[in-house]
Write a protein that binds this ligand. Sequence first.
Ligand code: ATP
Ligand code: MG
Length: 870
Amino acid sequence: MKSQDIRSKFLKFFEGKQHLIVPSAPMVLKDDPTLMFVNAGMAPFKEYFLGNAEPKRNRITDSQKCLRVSGKHNDLEEVGYDTYHHTLFEMLGNWSFGDYFKKEAIAWAWELLTEVYGIDKDILYVTVFEGSKDDDNLEMDAEAYDIWKQYISEDRILKGNKKDNFWEMGDQGPCGPCSEIHVDIRSAEEKAKVDGKSLVNMDHPQVVEIWNLVFMQYNRKANGALEALPNKHIDTGMGFERLCMVLQGVQSNYDTDVFTPIIREIETITDKKYGTNEKVDVAIRVISDHVRAVAFSIADGQLPSNTGAGYVIRRILRRAVRYGFTFLDKKEPFIYRLVDVLSKKMGEAFPELRSQKVLIENVIKEEESSFLRTLDQGLVLLNGIVEETQGDTVSGEKAFELYDTYGFPIDLTALILSEKNLKLDEKGFKAHLQKQKDRSRSASETSTEDWVVLFEDDVQEFIGYDTQEANVKIARYRKVTSKKEGEMYQLVFNLTPFYPEGGGQVGDKGFLQDEHGDVVYILDTKKENNVIIHLIKELPEHINESFKAVVSSEHRALSSSNHSATHLLHQALRTILGEHVEQKGSLVKTQSLRFDFSHFSKVTLEQLHEIEDFVNARIEGKLPLEEQRNVPMEKAIEEGAMALFGEKYGDTVRTIRFGQSVELCGGIHVKNTADIWHFKIISEGAVASGIRRIEAITNQAAKDYYTQNNQAYLEMKGLLNNAKEPVKALEQLQEENNNLKKQIENLLKDKAKNIKGELKNELTEINGIQFLAKKLDLDASGIKDVCFELGSQFENLFLLFGAEKDGKAILSCYISKELVANKGLNAGNIVRALGKHIQGGGGGQPFFATAGGKNPAGIEAALEAAKEYL
Ligand code: ATP
Ligand code: MG
């Protein structure tokens, strides 16, 4: 069965059981502070389990893109070495939100596997939770056991511990026992030797878990206690690639049609064969896996970068480059060339791969090139370290520096050292790494207490599109302590005018005022699992009373100006640069806005002016905001609104129109474009290959910008004696300055000529060598000239010159080629040794070398010491 059919059979099966098929949510999470990537099928549905939102239907089925490379689930180091863990994989799932429970979940899983897919019962094992005395006296999941018994013989039902058979979403929240389904795909011969039962959950590559059925029936509180959930849920996850392995009768995920086309392409490009050498195989598996993770995340709008989720993606790609570099001998970019097969193979199920193919290729290629440059540089640095190393062990500190500052991978360091018969002080390296980890961990540690519920209120309404002020009550609050921000309180109201950070726009600020006139400031507003959270420093005294909640109107005016201007900018870019422009990121703050978009060349100055004029014309045009809420998605698209890849949209959306600009948007906007006042671009540049970034300002910031520029202009004019034409006056000044520079240069040349003449007379002969050591009043390049000039006139020359410049010392040593060859003298070694007198160091070639240091007083001593070499 082809993988495509395996996927659709799953979805169709559950559709037949009244489940709604939904597409995979984006893998990169944008508005969840607790998680960077979807790491399990349930992540996009968290808000339903927590009861913060209502699902469209209480039975859903999907195939969700998951990435397990950070945090609680991190399989990165396994990938490539085993045959069944990936970074990116698809998790097939069926969901019940307060609807069916264990009986149906188990019956259907069994029916699908054994009847629809026709898997032989005799290769299956299932597990149930055995209970845990240490954890709230949890009992064994007898309910599940009794159900399984109806389908599978009892000797194939195994009892498992908390680690394998109790699933928790996080430290707090919904959780429950689970039943895993394992397959044993070993040969009959192997099976006869070792009982399959003993291999379940033992990391055997052919006895693997394929499906996990989670029965959510508890809620974990901050103090660790469990309480029964009023509504029980089903959350299941089956590894799609593992299922393909079983159904296609192969022994490894990489031998399924999900991977073979990519692997064939790697073989063609690298001229290596899969299945002939273990190291090569690992490298090929790593690359075929990682290219998927990186391509999908770029398609979701997450580019490789230096921080957060972008950094995780960069590290995955670098891991792939490293394996290609080391084991497949690929010293030039090639991973980007795999995107073509990938998009052909998976483009149907994931159209974003097809439509963004060129961008994905460009970004990967650029990343590869830049990391290969890093590797090259690192190799040079490493050679330097090796040269300096005394004994046979390279210090952990040096290796850490190479890793930390230059991004040079430690395993490569170790490999290269072992080729040179050197050891790496791994203990020292690990100690430095640990120190760094501890530092960053303690900086990011937070502890979150349970919610204190003041009154039950399910529907929390956002009224901020219509008003900036409302009477509210605090429904619940909790304390959050972090190193960075200290103690803070998070408040949830029954309703709120505060806009939570999201869609690139910053959260609202403002205050709460009670009837006694007491005020507390709301420092920020965020959204977590669909709940709007207001951050404050101290709890108000009369917490049970009602408050006037007021959004800062200045904050609103500035952030909404920037947001509306972002829409106009988007329209301008698509009109002026072309329809290929797609939004790739946006940040709307109060001070400025930032917009990233796909475009393959620099935006010219004329185009930038045109863009500014386009936007400003629409600001002057006083276009009113036309907002539509709850528009069906299809209708919005029909009206020309653009949907962004990597965004999660509901069935109905909100559209924002200013004139011809129509966007799907949940943010806060000005009522009329005139409120923006003015739009000014302050920078344009590249963020990645094929991605440009424009930064711009509006409103008060634009005014300030012009005021400050004008101020600077007036000051400049003043300095130019209020010249009528200041630009001309400045040009004149520059010209004068250039002429003066030239004159000085000529004078210095003359001076050097004179010096040369004098120096000739000062040469003394020692042991047949023409020798001179002297302090000169010339700069480094002047001294070099002198050396080579004299060198062309005399044989057997040994020169050492010292000079002082800006409080620093320079030593330059010149030695004729004959001396280097016959007497073994080496200018590089000499300046390095003499460097100690001037508290510095240097180097160069055997016939000419320089050293710099911070102690000019030591020059004389160095000159004196030079004689000793003769
Ligand atoms: P394992 O013990 O094999 O790592 P798990 O206990 O981490 O699996 P779950 O978190 O229960 O797995 O995920 C549900 C299913 O997703 C698993 O049964 C498996 O089929 C699949 N799965 C989990 N991790 C991976 C991965 N890294 N690559 C591919 N499939 C995976
Ligand atoms: Mg795992």
